[in-house]
Design a protein. Structure first.
Length: 636
């Protein structure tokens, strides 16, 4: 039993992926580590800083030069940031090196000397995009680019106690706030917005002189009239375990709030939590150097800024800058890279998925709006594109679990388009539907998808108003060819995978996606749509056990985890795999099919496991899985 433990854990974790919902979230957190490792990928709207995922404006290439949000640079180095709104000039200072860059100018200044750069900085969605390699190398960072994956890795040492970010060029107001979430505060000179989430429920600011930074986050749908202790406990969750200086509830203020003060590594932190109705507003104020706060004028200025916070927004105040873009409950999202704009319900979130689709999801995660842009080939047309998508859909789902409507012509932003509805189910109770829109303009194809459940049906008026809000403008000149993989998709095409260390070959369908992180030590993990494929090559761990004994132990473990009555065996047979007799079993758990194939050659045991919903159990898929497993050959 002990020998089976690690293999069983691999298999159990694999099946639980299919039967248990997973949820995760990433939040902006401050790291005090000196060493900083940053990874980013062209075309993806997030970066990883020391294993923490953070949303940013999407990096892109312009004439071969990678442009990234200024936040990537300042996060890597902790450089002091300044901004001259009159000339739109960014100033960065780090470790004795000063760089000045102007929006739209290919002339940069480094330590007072002019230098030419290949591509000028650009403003995109209010975020300053700057040339990555030029600045990084001037600051002494290591920059590596993987052409095969379009992945960029930056290695640096960040100056202690700093955390900077992108900038907001509009500094002309005396107060700032958010009309949608209903808050406002003073907007002193030198305060620059570094980041704002898509939902606008998180915003951060930096002081251009590098003295402090402040974040404001809004938690909605909270319990109303929380007690003083409850607010303090909520606020304590925001701290990072640093020593506390003060923890209390300030009831004497015009706007009472929970208060926590702390310090660590020479930094001072002040946390505040205000509540109004079902919203809790959390302010985190960080003073970079503790001694700065000892200067009375500085201390008073910091407290004046914090005390100016109000849980209200005066829409008639001309000196009040509104950070919100919400109007009539909708937020206009503009993607300048692809030249598309679309109105999204204000309470929906932008997905952090790595998918090629840019997607927005409702709070209950049952509805979504997304779009994808690809290049148009010379031979492709709207009708061919729509027909190809319809054919792929019917190949993917079993007939009893899917249905689709014929495409019909519509007009979107003055452009001819095709619209069709497709639906599928996984349990024959709730059907998920998608309004599929196919639009071609110029050299690019725009696919828009509105997903919803028939149980929570979207009104036709919502669908129509969403389509009417779409505007298709001119894409960025930085966009090159974006291949539409559906044009050359051939699910029958395979490639041979060879492993010299574990002495085997397998023919794998080309459309399957390899999970490289889990494909180690001879193991292979692939995904195919909503299904998963796992191959375990084990030379020694299972020695002394027969294939039947291994299968019995695995089945017993699953029955104890899932309930013996819930696991139904539907197939029991043997197959000849590379001259060896293999045990083949198929089990069903709810609406999930699990296929196991185990066999032994010499001292080596091999295990195949496939999980997929019954909804995609087509004849094509079943034959493909059998062919894939039977393609196994030992090369010993």
């Amino acid at each position: 039993m002990i020998k089976l433990r690690s293999t069983y854990l691999i298999l159990l974790a694999f099946i639980l992926i299919m039967i248990q919902p997973l949820s995760a979230f990433a939040a902006d957190t401050e790291t005090k580590d000196q060493s900083v490792q940053i990874q980013l990928k062209l075309g993806e709207d997030h970066i990883t800083i020391n294993d923490q995922s953070i949303s940013v404006e999407t990096p892109y290439a312009n004439n071969g030069v990678t442009l990234v949000p200024l936040r990537v640079i300042t996060s890597a180095f902790g450089a002091a940031l300044s901004w001259a709104s009159e000339t739109q000039t960014v100033g960065l200072t780090y470790n004795g090196t000063s760089i000045s860059l102007q929006i739209g100018s290919t002339t940069a200044t480094v330590n007072g000397k002019e230098e030419q750069i290949e591509v000028a900085p650009e403003l995109k969605n209010g975020t300053t995009m700057v040339p990555l390699r030029f600045i990084s190398e001037k600051f002494g960072a290591s920059v590596k680019f993987d052409e095969a994956t379009s992945t960029i890795a930056i290695s640096s040492t960040r100056a202690a106690g700093t955390d900077a970010g992108g900038i907001d060029s509009d500094l002309g107001k005396t107060h700032i706030g958010n009309s949608y979430y209903g808050w406002s505060m003073k907007y002193p000179t030198g305060l620059v917005k570094s980041y704002q989430s898509f939902k606008e429920d998180y915003v951060s600011f930096n002081d251009a002189n590098g003295e402090y930074h402040i974040t404001i986050s809004v938690k909605s749908d909270m319990t109303e009239n929380m007690s003083e202790d409850a607010l303090l406990d909520l606020l304590a969750d925001e701290t990072d375990g640093e020593p506390l200086l003060e923890k209390k509830y300030v009831s004497s203020s015009a706007h009472p709030y929970a208060l926590i003060k702390s310090k660590d590594d020479g930094e001072l932190f002040e946390y505040r939590a205000y509540q109004s109705g079902d919203k809790v507003y959390i302010l985190i104020f960080t003073i970079i150097k503790e001694e700065t706060d000892k200067v009375l004028t500085k201390h008073n200025a910091y407290q004046d800024l914090l005390n100016s916070f109000q849980m209200s927004f005066d829409t008639n105040a001309k000196t009040l800058k509104d950070l919100s873009s919400v109007k009539d409950g909708l937020r206009m999202y503009t993607d300048e890279t692809y030249g598309i704009s679309i109105k999204i319900p204000a309470d929906w979130s932008k997905s952090g998925s790595n998918s090629e689709m840019i997607q927005f999801i409702d709070p209950k995660k049952k509805r979504s709006i997304g779009y994808k842009v690809t290049s148009k080939s010379d031979s492709d047309t709207l009708q061919k594109w729509s027909d190809r998508a319809s054919q792929n859909y019917t190949q993917l789902y079993a007939p009893a679990y899917s249905k689709s409507e014929a495409a019909r012509s519509i007009v979107v932003d003055g452009n001819q388009a095709l619209l069709s509805r497709s639906s599928n189910t996984f349990d024959n109770r709730i059907w998920d539907s998608t309004e599929n829109v196919y639009l071609i303009k110029g050299n690019y194809k725009y696919f828009i998808a509105i997903d919803f459940s028939n149980k929570d049906d979207l009104s036709d008026s919502f669908i129509q108003s969403t389509l009417q809000s779409i505007k298709i403008g001119k894409p960025s000149s930085s966009i090159g060819t974006i291949k539409d993989s559906s044009e050359s998709l051939d699910r029958s095409k395979t490639s041979v995978v060879k492993n010299k260390n574990y002495n085997y070959t397998i023919s794998i369908p080309d459309y399957w996606k390899l999970n490289a992180a889990q494909s180690k030590n001879g193991n292979l993990t692939y995904s195919f749509g909503m299904g998963n494929f796992l191959f375990v090559a084990n030379d020694t761990e299972l020695s002394g056990l027969s294939s039947q004994e291994i299968l019995d132990q695995i089945k017993g473990k699953f029955q104890s985890e899932l309930g013996a009555s819930n696991l139904k065996e539907t197939v029991s047979r043997t197959e000849n795999i590379d001259g060896a007799q293999a045990i083949w079993r198929e089990w069903e758990y709810k609406d999930i099919v699990s296929t196991f194939c185990l066999f032994q050659k010499g001292d080596s045991h091999y295990v195949f496991m496939i999980n997929y919903p019954k909804a995609i159990q087509t004849e094509f898929l079943q034959k493909q899985l059998l062919d894939t497993i039977k393609s196994f050959q030992s090369t010993k």
